[in-house]
Each structure stands twice: as C-alpha cells, then as structure tokens.
Design a protein around this ligand. Structure first.
Ligand code: SF4
Ligand code: MG
Length: 333
C-alpha cells in the first residue's frame, strides 16, 4: 500500500555566516491516512524544519533542501513542477502553527478569512462562502458562531483562535495535516480540548496527522507512532505503547522520566543533564553522548545507525528502530 506521506532521507542545510549547519541530517518518517505520527524533540532538534521542508515553506536562503524525497501518495513533491506542487500543497496538505494570532490576518474578520478559502479555491459566491464559514466555525465548536463570524482574531481567546486555525486547515478537506506545537501556547485544560478536537477531526475525515511537539505528555492518547528527534536526526521510532513501555534509546528514556506523574508526587523530577547541541557544532559519534548516562568510548567516535529493534515477542516490528549502540541494554533496563 502506498503511504499517504513518506519522507525519505530528507536533508536540510542552513548556510550561515558562521558555517554550514546540517539542520536535518537524513530524516525518514511517514504517516498513513487516518493515522497520527507524533514527532517529538526539544526545540532546535529539527522537527519544525523537517515539517517546513515537507510543506515547502522553508525560508530559503539560508535553508536549503539538499537531498531526499517527500513522497505524497507516491509522488515526490521535491521533483514536481512548481505548479503541480502548489496544487497538492494548497488543497491536500494543511499546516497548523503554535501562534494562531500571527498566522491569522489581524485586519480581516475570521469569517472573511474562512470564506476566502472557499471563494479562492472552490469558486463559491461570497454569500455561499460566508455560510460555509459559519458551518465550519460551528464544526470546531466556536460558541455562537453566527454572531461571531464578523469578529476579528484578537477578539477571540487563545483556545478559540486555535480552533479557527483548525477550521482554516480543514476547510478544503485536506488528506494530511501537520500541526506544529498546536497547543503549546494554551493552558492545560484548553490544550486537552483542542487536542481532542484535532483527534476527532482526524478520525472523521480519515486524515493523516503529524503532530509536532516537545511534550511527550500531549501525545500519549492521540498518537499511533512516535518519531523522536535529536540534533537534526531521528533517534527512535516506535508505536506509541511500545515507546512508553520499552524505550530503546537513552534520550527517550530521559524524556519519559521527566514527565510529571501523579504517583511520583513529592519526588524530584528527573531532568536530562545539559543542553541540546547547536547544529553548527554537533558532537562527534553519537550526538547525544555528552548528555548520555550510558555513554561508552565508542559513542564518542562512532555514530550509531538506526538499528531495527524487535518487539516484546522478539519479532522485528516494522517502524521500531533506535540510533543507539546499546539499544539492547536500554530495552532490558
Ligand atoms: Fe548514549 Fe552511546 Fe547510545 Fe548515544 S550511542 S545514546 S551515547 S549509549
Ligand atoms: Mg519548532
């Protein structure tokens, strides 16, 4: 079966005055229709840059895609004609950003912005497009949508604005949504509501969803698979339950151990020591070695490839991999 999105060995460089940074160093991931892939990592890990390269919205220069493929239903977006690419990315793929206030136009009412999608892409009359805008606001559960359709973005709360962003994203019924930290700016209860809404729409429209986040707590209930990124590379991929139960990379374990848990109340929260590296000075060998509690000599000199990792019944599970020389020890730990 052809995957909805299949990113293969994607490479992105930043060419800066201080040197060349390999912001994305050969990332492969994918998602099927109706499924959710969470891409997890600290800021600066390359997760947003990868998504921007997939969407074709990288700021270039200084960012350049230097290799790889972005297959959408089997066709490579990177080698399509600009016109073809625009038509795929305009209608079949949509993106949701963390900051709805800067992603929405401040001087247009939300109704006008939603209606514009239908006028431009579907050739609807203004009146019909307006009616669809209200339906859409209803669908993302904005209370009193009809009365609020002529309000401006700043008149909505953060959570309501993020719902409007979601409405914009689903307006043309895309096959794939990439959501980059969609709930990070919101408080915890609102986060959960927005996440539930996204999850529900993903199911209803059988969309593929790529959920980018630094917060492992956000993804447990909604993701099917997880790809963990560090220093511009994927360090672990796994079905979500496997990853929580049996992480195969010390970085993943560190992230899991730093989630606040009710049963650990009062205990001090674990924090991974040190900071993620600058992409201009990625450590030799395993990029995680300066922070890794398990590091050995080999880790300083030899970069670990992505090893295939068997599941609990000792069969090689598709999509289970770890970029750690000592993944077996980590699994057994
Ligand atoms: Fe740690 Fe070495 Fe594994 Fe890297 S390869 S994660 S440094 S044990
Ligand atoms: Mg980011």
């Amino acid at each position: 079966m052809t995957r909805l999105l299949d990113v293969r060995d994607l490479r992105v460089e930043f060419r800066t005055r201080d040197g060349v940074a390999e912001a994305v160093g050969g990332v492969s991931y994918g998602v099927d229709a109706g499924r959710t892939l969470a891409v997890l990592g600290e800021s600066g890990s390359g997760k947003s840059v990868t998504a921007q390269a997939v969407m074709g919205i990288l700021d270039s220069p200084p960012a350049f895609v230097t290799g790889g493929q972005v297959l959408f239903r089997g066709r490579d977006l990177l080698t399509m004609s600009p016109r073809e690419r625009r038509s795929v990315r305009g209608a079949a793929m949509a993106m949701i950003f963390q900051d709805a206030l800067s992603a929405l136009n401040p001087v247009l009412t939300v109704g006008a912005q939603l209606a514009e999608m239908y006028e431009v892409h579907r050739g609807m009359s203004r009146k019909d497009a307006r009616a669809r805008a209200v339906e859409l606001m209803d669908r993302v559960r904005i209370p009193a949508a009809k009365a609020r359709v002529n309000d401006y973005p700043h008149q909505f709360s953060g959570g309501m604005r993020q719902r409007i962003m979601i409405a914009m994203a689903i307006a043309l019924e895309p096959e794939l949504i990439i959501a980059d930290e969609p709930t990070t700016a919101l408080d915890v209860t609102v986060q959960a509501q927005v996440m539930d809404l996204l999850d529900e729409l993903r199911r209803e429209y059988a969309m593929g969803l790529i959920l980018i986040t630094h917060d492992l707590g956000v993804v447990a209930d909604v993701a099917d698979e997880i790809a963990v990124m560090y220093a511009g590379r994927i360090v672990e991929t796994a079905p979500v339950r496997e990853l929580y139960r049996r992480p195969a990379h010390p970085y993943t374990r560190g992230l899991l151990d730093s989630i606040p848990r009710v049963d650990h109340k009062g205990k001090e929260l674990y924090a991974i020591k040190g900071l993620p590296p600058s992409l201009l000075t990625v450590p030799t060998g395993c990029p995680f070695h300066p922070r890794c509690p398990r590091a050995q000599d080999i880790c300083r000199t030899e970069r670990p490839p992505l090893y295939e990792v068997p599941d609990a019944t000792d069969t090689v599970a598709p999509g289970r991999a770890s970029a750690c020389h000592f993944w077996k020890d980590e699994l057994d730990a």
